[in-house]
Ligand binder design. Structure first.
Ligand code: ADP
Length: 280
């Protein structure tokens, strides 16, 4: 900023000129201050959003851990009486050889028990510590295997599976867990579509500013999408909207991604359909 000239040695014109310079300098400084204030505000806003997202993830992680623990306890409690019911049902079946109609009813009980046993095993598998064997692998190859396996179910429903991404795509991960994860997402996408449609798998090396270190994978479908009011519950264990669903698929996917120190995000694509993004 210019210094003020001593009042005795200056003419009024010089004073006006000096005053003009001072005002100009002040307005420049004010403008710069305003700019840095705006920038600071923007940074604070960005950090606030980041913090609330991290809090949300932490909350979900704690909720999942508590639910998992409760489910494991319940599964153990249910397993023993189920064994007893199955045993009595098979004894009854033998006693009723001359009463086919009653045998049919006992058969239904036995089938119901088997379904419950399968569910209990799935719950116990879910609540067990997930072992993650990280090694050098090719993501492109894992995706190719998933597409090959899911292709049979997809083509029966006239659903096309498209893959976009570099080949090979060397990463460090657990091929088994990542294969299961991608398979669950693709099968869910196929199940969500009631007619012909398309599932697109797109993977890239993460851009510099991304949270991901190794890859960014997007699984997208042309189904009805995920209703907004259930979006924040779909990763919860036992949350399902399907008659025969267990609600464990996405909970297992979530844990597998976490075991890779990654994140998964579900949303609806701009043109409709569900979109799952994995960043590892
Ligand atoms: P399940 O398949 O047994 O229902 P999941 O945990 O895999 O269990 O999925 C939970 C719920 O998330 C589903 O019941 C469904 O409502 C929703 N969902 C998952 N994937 C999709 C998808 N691609 N499109 C629409 N809804 C989906």
């Amino acid at each position: 900023m210019s210094s003020v000239i001593a009042p005795s040695s200056v003419s009024p014109a010089q004073r006006i000129e000096e005053l003009g310079r001072i005002i100009l300098s002040y307005s420049e400084v004010t403008e710069k201050l305003q700019q840095s204030h705006d920038q600071l505000n923007q940074t604070v806003e960005m950090l606030r959003e980041e913090l609330s997202e991290k809090n949300r993830l932490l909350e979900r992680k704690n909720r999942l851990a508590a639910l998992g623990e409760m489910a494991a306890g319940l599964a153990h409690e249910i397993r023993n009486p189920l064994g007893g019911i199955q045993l009595y049902a098979s004894l009854l079946m033998k006693d009723l050889t001359d009463q086919p109609q009653s045998q049919q009813i006992v058969g239904k009980i036995s089938n119901g028990v088997k379904r419950l046993e399968a569910l209990v095993s799935q719950v116990l598998q879910f609540s067990r510590e997930m072992v993650c064997n990280i090694r050098a692998m090719d993501l492109a190859e894992t995706i190719e295997q998933v597409v090959e396996l899911a292709g049979i179910t997809a083509s029966a429903k006239h659903i096309e599976i498209d893959v976009e991404g570099p080949t090979p795509m060397p990463i460090n991960g657990d091929p088994l867990l990542l294969g299961q994860t991608i398979m669950n997402l693709v099968l869910n996408a196929i199940e969500a579509m009631h007619g012909p449609g398309k599932v697109t798998l797109r993977y890239i090396s993460p851009p510099a500013e991304s949270d991901a270190k190794q890859f960014h994978l997007i699984v997208r479908d042309t189904g009805p999408g995920i209703p907004g009011h259930i979006l924040d519950r779909i990763f919860n264990p036992f949350f399902t909207t399907k008659d025969s669903g267990t609600g464990l698929g996405l909970a297992i996917v979530h844990r597998a991604v976490e075991a890779h120190n990654g994140t998964i995000h579900a949303s609806n694509a701009d043109g409709g359909g569900a979109k799952f993004e994995i960043r590892i």
